[in-house]
Ligand binder design. Structure first.
Ligand code: HBI
Length: 101
């Protein structure tokens, strides 16, 4: 299924909550993408989180751009197929946030 960029209404209703202070996601400068940094107790916790995200991402066929060093995981979400944010990014961001609640 071709990915479709979020329209203005979807950005208001679905993206804004993620970008709110309690959501913790940020728009990436110069890209239609969102980014968030996660901190864990140690590498083991961080990698366990990454493993759960990876399994979900593969099930969705929608993969994060991410960087990990020790207990820090830096995640950027965007949809390559439409060069911007789609509903898949909202779905994955929501799943990711639920893991850290
Ligand atoms: N992951 N973030 C992201 N964006 C995509 O467009 C994408 C993906 N994973 C796999 C995927 N697309 C496949 O559907 C092929 O388009 C590569």
């Amino acid at each position: 299924m071709a990915a479709v960029k979020l329209d203005a209404s979807a950005r208001d209703s679905q993206l804004q909550p993620l970008l709110a202070p309690e959501g913790g996601w940020h728009l990436v400068e110069g890209r239609d993408a969102i980014q968030k940094t996660f901190m864990f107790q140690d590498f083991n916790e961080a990698f366990g989180f990454m493993t759960r995200v990876a399994i979900k991402a593969d099930k969705m066929d929608h993969h994060p751009e991410w960087f990990n060093v020790y207990n820090k995981v830096d995640i950027t979400l965007s949809t390559h197929d439409c060069q911007g944010l789609s509903g898949r990014d909202i779905t994955l961001a929501t799943f990711i946030d639920a893991l850290t609640k």
